[in-house]
Design a protein around this ligand. Structure first.
Ligand code: MN
Length: 288
C-alpha cells in the first residue's frame, strides 16, 4: 500500500482566548496551513489549562454559525451547549459533539455546570469541517456522540484508536458526515508503533496534543503541532517516544470556492452578506 508523504510540520500560528472560557492555540489556518487540509477549515486546541472553582460559567455567549460543521472533542473538563435548533447537552471527557450548522444556528458554549463549581483541568478540541455547496443551506443537525458509542480498537501493543468518524484499519466510527471524513483519537504508549491505513484520496493531518511522536520518522515533540500529509497514499507509520495523545484528521477535499467571514463559511461574498443579514434579522433563530 502506498505511503502518504509528509508535506510539512507546523506549530500553532496564534494563541488567544475564545470568549472567557477557552484559551486556545490555533493549529490551522493561522500558521498558513489551509488548502492542503481541506475540507477542514480550522482547529483550535483549548488548554490544557486549570480553572479555579467558580459560580459563574465561563465560555462563549450566544453567536451564530452557517455553512459548515463544528466538532467539539472533550479531553478534560466539560462543556454545556444549547442552540436555537432546540438542542442542548453537556459534553464530557471522551464525548464528541458534531454540530452541523448548515443553514444556520445560534448557540452558546459554556463550561459545564459541575466543572465550573469544582474547577480543575480543561482540555478540548474544536474542529471546523466544511460542507459542500449542495448542503450548506440544509437544516441544522446535531449528533451528541458519547464516549461509550465510540469504538476503541487496539491497533498495536500500546496503541488505542478511538474512531469517531470514518474508517481506520477496518474500524468504523459512529459520526454521520456529508463527505468522507476520518477522525480518530489515538493514545500511544512510550515505545509503541502503529501502521495506520486510511481510505484513498483523503487529505490528512496528524495533530500532536501532547507527547513525542514521529510521523514517517519525522519527529514532533512537545505540544500543539501538526504534520500535514499528502492526499496521495493510504498508509502512515507512527512511533511514540513518550506517552502521547494524537488526533488524526482525514478528509476528501471539497474543491469549491471558500468565502469566509467570522462564523460564516460560504462559497461567495454575496452568500456571506446574506448570512450576516439573516443573522441580524433573527432568521437563524434565537436562544430561549
Ligand atoms: Mn460556536
Amino acid at each position: 500500500m502506498e505511503k502518504k508523504k509528509v508535506l510539512g510540520q507546523y506549530g500553532y500560528g496564534s494563541q488567544h482566548w475564545v470568549g472567557d472560557g477557552f484559551p486556545v492555540r490555533n493549529l490551522f489556518p493561522s500558521n498558513g496551513v489551509a488548502s492542503e487540509i481541506n475540507p477542514f477549515l480550522m482547529l483550535d486546541y483549548a488548554g490544557p489549562a486549570d480553572f479555579p472553582p467558580s459560580n459563574q460559567p465561563r465560555g462563549v455567549d450566544e453567536h451564530p454559525h452557517r455553512g459548515f460543521e463544528t466538532v467539539t472533542i472533550a479531553y478534560q473538563g466539560s462543556v454545556d451547549h444549547r442552540d436555537s435548533a432546540g438542542n442542548a447537552g453537556t459534553i464530557h471527557p471522551g464525548d464528541v459533539q458534531w454540530m452541523t450548522a448548515a443553514s444556520g444556528v445560534v448557540h452558546e458554549e459554556k463550561h459545564g455546570h459541575d466543572f465550573t463549581a469544582a474547577g480543575g483541568a480543561f482540555e478540548m478540541i474544536q474542529l471546523w469541517v466544511n460542507l459542500p455547496a449542495a448542503v450548506k443551506m440544509s437544516p441544522p443537525r446535531y449528533q451528541a456522540i458519547t464516549s461509550a458509542e465510540i469504538p476503541a480498537a487496539d491497533l498495536a501493543p500500546g496503541v488505542v484508536a478511538r474512531v469517531i468518524a470514518g474508517e481506520l484499519n477496518s474500524v468504523r466510527g459512529p459520526a454521520r458526515t456529508f463527505t468522507p471524513i476520518t477522525l480518530v483519537d489515538l493514545r500511544m504508549a512510550a515505545g509503541s508503533r502503529a501502521s495506520l491505513e486510511l481510505p484513498a484520496d483523503q487529505n490528512c493531518g496528524i495533530v500532536l496534543l501532547r507527547g513525542d511522536v514521529a510521523v514517517e520518522e519525522q519527529r514532533m515533540a512537545g505540544e500543539a503541532q501538526i504534520t500535514v500529509l499528502s492526499q496521495a497514499g493510504q498508509s502512515i507509520e507512527l512511533s511514540a517516544a513518550a506517552d502521547s495523545l494524537v488526533l488524526l484528521l482525514g478528509g476528501e477535499p471539497i474543491n469549491e470556492p471558500v468565502a469566509s467571514y467570522g462564523p460564516f463559511v460560504m462559497n461567495t461574498h454575496d452568500e456571506i452578506r446574506q448570512a450576516v443579514e439573516d443573522y441580524r434579522a433573527g432568521r437563524m433563530g434565537r436562544l430561549r
